[in-house]
Design a protein around this ligand. Structure first.
Ligand code: GDP
Ligand code: IMO
Ligand code: MG
Length: 428
């Protein structure tokens, strides 16, 4: 039995979708446990690209995919994604895809509030994806959320009416923006209910039954460790726990069921949205990485900020997630550089800082301390074995392993499923 959690170690977009698609071949179920359509996961199979925002990335491999209770789901986006995947001949019927009855629904007023807040104070902008993620999780915590179970229940319309009136008050009188049309929204969600009802299920029980039959389950994280609501660069974070511990809570299983936890590490660092970023590059090298890595957000199309790999962050991710191994992605993008910098510690007001700081002010003032290693000139995108990698590439990987005390198990050298070197299969 092997149940594996995949999480991002940085600020998202590490290539989780590619690795989940790859490993889904060896698993029976793929479960997403947090986040919503703020995520954008890209898979490339035989030259064809698939982008998913809500449906777990195991769907292309024909695996049973589960949307966990820890997720927030915009039903319109889910329906569009089901249609998009169906058009691409992917089986997304209710036999393949299940949605937790406890997952929360993103409502039109969540999106309106997300946008109104971001627009109301430019200085305090988080740079959210504008998908209503934060306001939806707020309502979950405030016990005013609407779950799939509530959508199916008889009191749905009345319940929604009360909540929406309060939201419209904020929108109209505090943010001076347009309220939502409550009747129109109720009609719209009645249609969503009809379309999505067959997908709604008790995910916790489904997973438990699967585990009793010795099935293998892959848990797909979204965002990254440093966007975690508790452990990330708060307030420049998303509104859910992105760390591996939430794989259990967000899908309804206990921690004893998890066997391995793989952290996805981009060979450099990127970030979309605001917030401090110690190794950020503002020079030609940063532009080169951004262009060669095609670093544009899969959800909002925003240009991703780029910088060197940061071992202080990676060590933080190892501890916070109990990582058992790394998958290093986008290694091909670094090809052609004369040298590569690896941040090994920070300096703050002349003092060494080895631990990722909690104070954002301090983090913003931290200077990265770099270990410089030689780059490689070769194009490694065609390499399929560790031995064939240039010596400098292997040395770079060895330094990451040594600095973080974590083994590299998978190396990705291109976006395609086959552009991968598997040093050890986490499923055994
Ligand atoms: P995710 O959110 O973690 O799933 O990552 P995204 O899909 O948002 O961003 C990763 C991008 O890099 C996607 O466009 C992938 O197709 C691409 N990608 C993944 N692995 C590699 C790789 O090893 N090399 C290159 N060149 N691109 C990759
Ligand atoms: P994947 O799963 C990168 C960022 C946003 C913003 C902050 C809060 O593709 O790695 P939110 O809309 O969640 O309230 O925005 O979090 N963010 C991501 N950045 N990849 C993601 O997902 C992200 N999801 C949210 O840019 O800075
Ligand atoms: Mg992404």
């Amino acid at each position: 039995m092997a149940n594996i959690v995949i999480v991002g170690t940085q600020w998202g977009d590490e290539g989780k979708g590619k690795i989940v698609d790859l490993l889904a071949e060896y698993s029976d179920y793929v479960v997403r446990f947090q986040g919503g359509n703020n995520a954008g996961h890209t898979m490339v199979v035989n030259g064809e690209q698939f982008v998913s925002h809500l449906v777990p990335s195991g769907i292309i491999q024909g695996k049973t995919c589960l949307i966990g209770n820890g997720m927030v789901v915009d039903p319109e986006v889910l329906i569009n994604e089901i249609d998009y995947l169906t058009e691409k001949d992917v089986d997304v019927t209710s036999l393949r895809l299940k949605v937790s009855e406890k997952a929360h629904l993103i409502m039109p007023y969540h999106k309106a509030l997300d946008k109104a807040r971001e627009d109301s104070n430019k200085k305090k902008q988080i740079g959210t994806t504008g998908r209503g993620i934060g306001p939806c999780y707020e309502d979950k915590a405030a016990r005013r959320g609407i779950r799939f179970m509530d959508l199916l229940d008889s009191g749905f319309e009345e319940n929604l009416q009360g909540v929406a009136e309060e939201k419209n008050f904020y929108l109209k009188h505090f943010y001076k923006s347009d309220p939502v049309d409550i009747d129109e929204m109720i009609d719209q969600y009645r249609n969503f209910r009809e379309r999505l009802a067959p997908y709604v299920s008790d995910i916790s029980v489904l997973i438990d039954n699967a585990l009793r039959e010795d099935k293998k389950v892959l848990f797909e994280g979204a965002q990254g460790t440093h966007l975690d609501i508790d452990h990330g660069t708060y307030p420049y974070v998303t509104s859910s726990n992105t760390v591996s511990g939430n794989a259990c809570c967000g899908s309804g299983i206990g921690p004893k069921k998890i066997d391995k936890i793989i952290g996805i590490v981009k060979a450099y660092t990127t970030r979309v949205g605001k917030g401090p970023f110690p190794t950020e590059l503002f020079d030609d090298t940063g532009d080169l990485i951004q262009q060669k890595g095609a670093e544009f957000g899969a959800t909002t199309g925003r240009r991703r900020r780029c910088g060197w790999i940061d071992a202080v962050m990676l060590k933080n991710a190892v501890r916070l997630n109990s990582l058992t191994g790394f998958a290093v992605t986008k290694l091909d993008v670094l090809g052609g550089l004369d040298y590569i910098n690896i941040c090994t510690e920070y300096r703050h007001k002349g003092k060494s800082v080895a631990r990722f700081p909690t104070s954002l002010n301090m983090l913003a003032e931290c200077e990265p301390v770099y270990e410089t290693v030689p780059g490689w000139k070769e194009d490694i995108s065609g390499v399929r074995s560790y031995q064939e990698l240039p010596e400098n590439t292997r040395n770079f990987l060895a330094r990451i392993e040594a600095l973080t005390e974590t083994p590299v198990e998978i190396i990705s050298v291109g976006p395609g499923r086959n552009e991968t070197i598997m040093l050890s299969n986490p499923f055994g």
